[in-house]
Design a protein around this ligand. Structure first.
Ligand code: GLN
Length: 548
């Protein structure tokens, strides 16, 4: 090889095509062929990172090991590739402009007019080059849709880069081929136009990946190929599937990975995908079912809790179990009568409160936690779900009336969750002021957490500002709350749980366990939670594992 290969993925026609899943799936397939693959997502918006965006705008903020707040597609990349990524794998237009303007102020362009071409495009190309040392293939997904004004510099940059790497690039264009029921036909025109748009920019795709809810007819394939200047075998289909984890297998079946390798003149062998196939089989055809209530305020937007949902799928597959998620709107929960709450949680085998910010729906979440604790329903709390479990316990078990987090009530008599002294909140502005990224946690022997992990020290990822207030720790421990994991330097509580005699499974983590779950290596905390849920549903878990 005389330099890295570049697989560029662009999107056309509409957004939300599942380009991220396609990118992650191809990364997975190339990795299984023995290539070192590093993905990079370009996001054309001007925010420096998605950390300051509302989940309705953006879905989940995925946090990497090194503490970058990134696009949720990085979650897909990590899960499909099974590797930890860093900040360098998610670059926004905001970051590119910010670093260019800093350079200009430092005088690095003295005398010159700083322009989109060549300066901005060079900065973009530089971000791709940064990843090359460790990769055989750099997988570059350009966010947005071809034709958007803001993605133009990125497309121009990859066009320029491709000229310098003849024979080492591959442009894959992902489009939508809609079915128009009144005509009874698949329509290829939007795809044709989108490819024309791409070619106007100077990019001739090597292949088209069509999203469609049905198989492509011979006629549709022929038209797309003809108008795209491509042979028919370069037109592939990404069909709608029940599970996103089927996508790599579907692409492989059609030979997309083989086609890319042949274009690059790389050897083509048969990768072993049997472990993944087994995993997909367990996702699609499990023996058992549990119902988990996920209680949050963004339940109308499933992408807001993407990693939580995927972590449930992974642990479920390991336990041969389908996880039916019942999304519970915690704002609605606040005003419900007791019988309504009972009816809502009837038939639920586990309650999960994920992370969150802001006051809205908080009392509803506390109500859900109280229900789970009192009714002995398995409970898993993540980040805010841990802080609220501490508040609920303080109020209703330790008798600290009005206990709260100062995030929601600055004048609470019992700030059991608070900023640490010296943690000046908005001194630096909002962006990047949280505790972010992976740090070690020491587990206490003899606890549920210790039994689940089987290690003394684990590394988990954070994204929060507030902490379990150390001076309340002893009082709450005396009342029966177990602190089973702590941050080793200041001894900040990281995991709380209730002892097995009191509750079948009640455990909550200050970190986001969901970010480290992978299809083939589910997260221990999610496994523990689902095992308990499965028990509650009447299945004896001991006989179930491992499924192989
Ligand atoms: N809002 C809480 C904090 O800032 C929890 C954050 C979260 O759940 N990610 O500490």
């Amino acid at each position: 090889m005389n330099g890295p290969f570049y697989l560029f993925i662009t999107g056309g026609v509409v957004s939300s095509l599942g380009k991220g899943i396609a990118t992650a799936s191809l990364g997975f397939l190339l990795k299984r062929r023995g290539l070192r693959v590093i993905p990079l997502k370009f996001d054309p918006y001007l925010n420096v990172d998605p950390g300051t965006m509302n989940p309705f705008q953006h879905g989940e903020v995925f946090v990497t090991e090194d503490g970058a707040e990134t696009d949720l597609d990085l979650g897909h990349y990590e899960r499909f590739l099974g590797t930890n990524l860093t900040q360098t794998s998610n670059v926004t237009a905001g970051q590119i402009y910010a670093s260019l303007i800093q350079k200009e102020r430092r005088g690095e362009f003295l005398g010159q007019t700083v322009q989109v071409v060549p300066h901005l495009t060079e900065e973009i190309i530089h971000r791709i080059h940064l990843l090359e040392q460790q990769a055989d293939v750099v997988l570059v997904e350009v966010g947005g849709t071809v034709g958007d004004i803001e993605s133009l510099p990125f497309l121009e940059a990859i066009r320029q880069l491709s000229l310098k790497a003849p024979g080492r690039t591959f442009f894959l264009h992902v489009t939508l081929v809609p079915y128009v029921s009144t005509a009874g036909e698949l329509k290829t025109k939007p795809t044709q136009h989108s490819v024309q748009k791409l070619r106007e920019i100077g990019i001739q795709p090597h292949a088209i990946l069509c999203r469609s809810d049905r198989p492509l007819s011979q006629e549709a394939r022929r038209k797309i190929a003809l108008f795209s200047n491509l042979p028919e075998e370069a037109v592939f289909l990404e069909p709608d599937v029940e599970s996103i984890y089927e996508v790599p297998l579907m692409l492989h079946e059609q030979g997309v990975d083989r086609y890319i390798l042949e274009t690059w003149n790389l050897p083509v062998d048969s990768p072993d995908l049997s472990d993944w196939e087994r995993f997909v089989q367990r996702v699609l055809h499990p023996q058992h079912t549990v119902r988990i209530a996920v209680c949050g305020k963004y339940v109308h937007l499933k992408d807001a809790y993407k990693s939580v949902y995927e972590a449930l799928i992974h642990a479920g597959a390991e336990l041969n179990t389908r996880v039916e998620v019942q999304w519970v709107d915690t704002e609605a929960l606040e005003s419900m009568a007791e019988e309504e709450v009972e009816a809502l949680f009837e038939g639920v085998h586990g309650v999960l409160v994920p992370g969150g910010f802001g006051r809205r729906g908080v009392e509803g979440k506390i109500r859900a936690i109280r229900y789970a604790r009192e009714q002995r329903v398995p409970y898993l709390g993540l980040c805010l779900g841990m802080q609220l479990a501490v508040i609920e316990f303080a109020r209703h078990v330790a008798g600290l009336e009005g206990a709260h987090s100062t995030e929601f009530d600055r004048h609470t008599p019992h700030p059991v969750i608070d900023l640490l002294p010296g943690q000046d909140l908005f001194e630096k502005g909002y962006g990047g002021t949280l505790r972010l990224g992976a740090s070690p946690i020491r587990l206490k022997t003899g606890t549920q957490a210790y039994a689940l992990y089987g290690h003394n020290v684990v590394l988990e990822r954070h994204r929060h500002r507030y902490e379990f207030t150390p001076r309340y720790r002893e009082m709450l421990e005396r009342a029966g709350l177990v602190v089973s994991g702590e941050e080793p330097i200041q001894r900040l509580p990281e995991i709380v749980e209730l002892p097995g005699e009191v509750h079948p499974f009640f455990l909550a983590t200050q970190f986001h366990a969901e970010f480290k779950s992978r299809p083939l290596t589910p997260h221990p905390v999610f496994l523990g939670f689902l095992r308990a849920a499965l028990e509650r549903s009447g299945v004896s878990v001991a006989a179930e594992e491992p499924t192989g």
